[in-house]
Ligand binder design. Structure first.
Ligand SMILES: [Zn+2]
Ligand SMILES: [Zn+2]
Ligand SMILES: [Zn+2]
Length: 159
């Protein structure tokens, strides 16, 4: 399985709205699951539905959703592998990722970033990092507040 196949599968799980939140046309692949516009004939992207569900995306939405999800998953991968981030401190790479993520999430019209620990919306000046909730399907991808700055052990006041 290539990384692109993984991303394709992740897109269906994390970025496509729930079947129950979509219109019959969206569930049938006639309208884009994100913007609701009719999918141009031949130009729609199959999002890999199954069991009679065939969600499709228009090329413009597909591109921005993919960009957002790729940034999210790359950042989550970094946090898992980076000793500084794992120690609850803040590294320059994560700072870059936060900027890219914020921009791509805005373009993809994702919901506001909410901290999974304190359940508060993350303010523009606050640091956050990806947080993938463990457990069965569907797993949820989200965010938590992160450390203030490199070398600073203080964390945001999250219960
Ligand atoms: Zn669209
Ligand atoms: Zn790091
Ligand atoms: Zn928090």
């Amino acid at each position: 399985m290539t990384a692109d196949c993984d991303l394709q599968a992740a897109l269906l799980v994390y970025a496509v709205p729930a079947r129950t939140a979509l219109t019959p046309e969206q569930n049938a692949g006639a309208h884009c699951v994100w913007c609701g516009a009719p999918v141009p004939p031949g130009a729609g992207l199959d999002l890999g539905g199954h069991g009679g569900w065939s969600p499709y995306g228009c090329p413009a939405c597909y591109e921005v959703q993919r960009a957002w999800l790729r940034t999210y998953l790359e950042w989550a991968g970094h946090v898992r592998a980076c000793a500084t981030c794992r120690a609850g401190r803040w590294c320059a790479t994560s700072a870059d990722f936060q900027g890219c993520l914020t921009e791509s999430a805005h373009r993809a019209d994702r919901p506001p970033v909410v901290c999974a620990r304190c359940e508060k919306e993350v303010e523009a000046a606050e640091r956050f990092e990806p947080h993938i909730r463990a457990g069965g399907h569907p797993t949820r991808i989200g965010y938590v507040h992160a450390a203030v700055c490199p070398g600073d052990e203080r964390r945001w006041p999250c219960p």
